[in-house]
Design a protein around this ligand. Structure first.
Ligand SMILES: *Cc1c(COP(=O)(O)O)cnc(C)c1O
Length: 360
């Protein structure tokens, strides 16, 4: 890429970032029918189909485009992120695409599997020395020292998606559903990590005037459900979520409660139960946050059935199963955390067979 005109580097870089993986988009929208409930069509939007295996790919792609467009990332800017998860893998991927050096500041608890995946995507990592919640501070300090750009997904992903995230996940969902029997879904169900995805869906519903309602599922320990229910915009639990990608110890700035019609708190053992059911009964091999989504979806399908309603409902596969083989997908790991999915597994099986869901 030419270095003489920095704007031509930026234009070429944005073209590359926006063009990456386009052959894989839109991500697939797959039907998942429950024979006991023929009047409600469930669709799952498979965000694990992105090149880095997670919906974070969409957020990081938009953050790179936005940061390049406003001059924060240039031809030789080191890029830094603070995370042990899918954001680091996507940021390593886009940095490599642009020939930029990427460093993830990771909490000490990060598994060797994840560190290997960051390296495979072309990135470096260093372990944060402070407590886990402070890796963001440490990444910011490192970025200042290196003259680099801190890719702060909690602060920036929501706005980056609003300005540079086209087509959005919601644009794709409505286009894909337009060929289906119920093209306007009753509900869209997602989780919230940064809040950017639920915000993008909520904005789309308003812009287009759709009657579709937005439900956000929330795991144990997360600040989001209490923040939404109480109207307290800075609610904090201080406790980390056990479901990677969703649930936060504090209310992040990208979380927009005003666009959310319903929040569904989901016990962690129920998320694991739903994950197991998806794997064995529906052939969907996904990460734990997809289990949370599916538990919330079952709840809403049951409400539609009770109301005698027909229609469609959309939820997401947030990431692939691969990073969780030794953790959430391993029964010994689950049991060691005091989680017992068995009663919830029985409830899902009964629901799929009879359409009956526990009251509430
Ligand atoms: C990040 C993430 C979410 C939530 O998306 P946000 O846009 O950050 O709110 C949901 N599921 C998975 C698997 C994630 O990694």
């Amino acid at each position: 890429m030419t270095m003489e005109n920095p704007n031509s580097w930026a234009a070429e870089a944005i073209r590359r970032v926006e063009g990456d993986g386009r052959h894989l988009t839109p991500t697939p929208l797959r039907p998942l029918s429950l024979s006991a409930i023929p009047d409600v069509e469930i669709y799952v939007k498979d965000e694990s189909a992105h090149p880095t295996g997670s919906m974070k790919y969409r957020l990081v792609r938009a953050m790179f485009c936005e940061a390049i467009a406003r001059g924060a990332i240039r031809a030789d800017t080191p890029v830094i992120a603070a995370t042990s998860g899918a954001v680091a893998i996507a940021a390593a991927h886009f940095s490599e695409l642009l020939g930029l050096v990427f460093t993830a500041v990771v909490p000490a608890s990060t598994s060797a599997d994840i560190l290997t995946r960051i390296e495979e995507a072309g990135g470096r990592w260093q372990v944060g020395e402070r407590p886990p919640a402070a890796v963001q501070v440490e990444a910011r300090v490192l970025a200042e020292r290196l003259g680099g750009h801190f890719l702060d997904h909690f602060a920036n992903a929501e706005r980056a998606l609003a300005t540079c995230g086209m087509p959005t996940i919601a644009d794709e969902i409505f286009l894909q559903l337009s060929k289906e029997p119920h093209p306007v879904p009753e509900w869209i169900v997602t989780g919230a990590g940064t809040g950017a995805t639920s915000a993008a869906i909520g904005r789309h519903l308003r812009r287009h005037g759709h009657p579709t309602r937005l439900a956000v599922v929330d795991p144990e320990n997360s600040a989001y459900f209490p923040a939404w229910a109480s109207g307290c915009g800075d609610y904090t639990t201080g406790m980390p979520s056990r479901i990677p990608g969703i649930g936060r110890p504090r209310t992040e700035p990208g979380f927009l409660p005003a666009v959310i019609d319903l929040m569904i708190p989901v016990p962690d053992a129920a998320s694991i139960a739903a994950l197991r059911w998806l794997r064995t009964a529906a052939g969907i091999d996904a990460g734990p946050a997809t289990g949370t989504n599916f538990w919330g979806t079952c709840h809403l399908v049951a409400r539609m059935r009770e109301a005698g309603a027909s229609g469609s409902i959309v939820t997401l596969i947030g990431d692939t199963a691969d990073p969780y083989r030794n953790t959430h997908l391993n029964p010994a790991w689950v049991a060691a955390r005091g989680l017992d999915p068995t009663p919830y597994e029985a409830e899902i099986e009964r629901f799929a067979r009879t359409g009956e869901w526990p009251a509430g």
